[in-house]
Unconditional design. Structure first.
Length: 241
């Protein structure tokens, strides 16, 4: 075999190896701390900084957590799944805000650069006693197991279009979104907050397609998810990773 084809083969194998290594990095166990918040008034259950609203309806249920500043990363990790040890699987649905007036050892658990999970009560009691305060844990990023396809909930008006993306499998998070009408090409959307994505274009009367990209570089296109007569406030289901 000539030197040039051998060099190209080597580069392809090297790139594949590097990609595989990058995809495994999140699976390494790391150290963190955890507390829980009462579920009667917990935003991680009823709303959350990721914009999921009633997370029970979006399949995340009570196994949810607010992430500290470092882990939340301005909302980019919304929807990601984490395994805490002893074993419990959590979905990131909220932000645990810092409190720099308190020590990181008591009350300032979510201060940067702490790695901390503010769990739902249900999840916390699977790894510790309910009367425990701050507990050390080990965690790692894991693949998300979801039922059904990715869900797109549309809102806005003729001049402002927004879509909330939920139920994302595998990586769970979303780092890039494009939308396509029947009279447009693929249009990039900007993150508004959490997993709400926006663009300033009138898409009323056009069937809608979506392209979703995760932090691992996976991209999935769902064509004609919403029919031409779609309405604001409705949720439509696309493909799944």
């Amino acid at each position: 075999m000539d030197a040039l084809p051998l060099t190209l083969l080597y580069l392809i194998l090297l790139q594949t190896s590097l990609l595989t290594t990058a995809q495994l990095q999140d699976e390494v166990w790391k150290k963190a701390t955890a507390t829980y918040i009462n579920e009667t008034n917990a935003s991680i259950i009823t709303e959350g900084a990721c914009g999921y609203g009633g997370v029970h309806k979006t399949m995340y249920g009570k196994y949810s957590a607010g992430l500290s500043t470092l882990l939340f990363n301005r909302g980019t990790n919304c929807g990601a799944c984490y395994e805490g040890s002893p074993s419990v699987i959590l979905t990131a649905t909220d932000f645990c805000p810092p409190n720099y007036g308190l020590s990181t050892e008591y009350g300032g658990w979510c201060n940067f650069p702490k790695e901390h999970f503010e769990m739902s009560e249900t999840a916390f009691t699977e790894i510790a006693e309910k009367n425990a305060d701050l507990v050390p844990i080990q965690y790692r990023r894991v693949k998300c197991s979801r039922t059904g396809g990715i869900r797109f909930t549309v809102s806005g008006n003729a001049h402002f279009y927004q879509v909330l993306i939920t139920n994302v499998g595998l990586d769970g998070d979303v780092v890039g979104v494009k939308v396509k009408g029947s009279r447009t090409g693929w249009l990039p959307m900007a993150r508004n907050w959490g997993q709400n994505w926006e663009c300033n274009i009138n898409l009323i009367g056009q069937p809608l397609s979506f392209e979703v990209t995760t932090s691992k570089g996976r991209t999935l296109s769902s064509y004609n998810v919403a029919p031409a007569n779609w309405k604001f406030g409705k949720t439509f289901e696309g493909k799944q990773f």
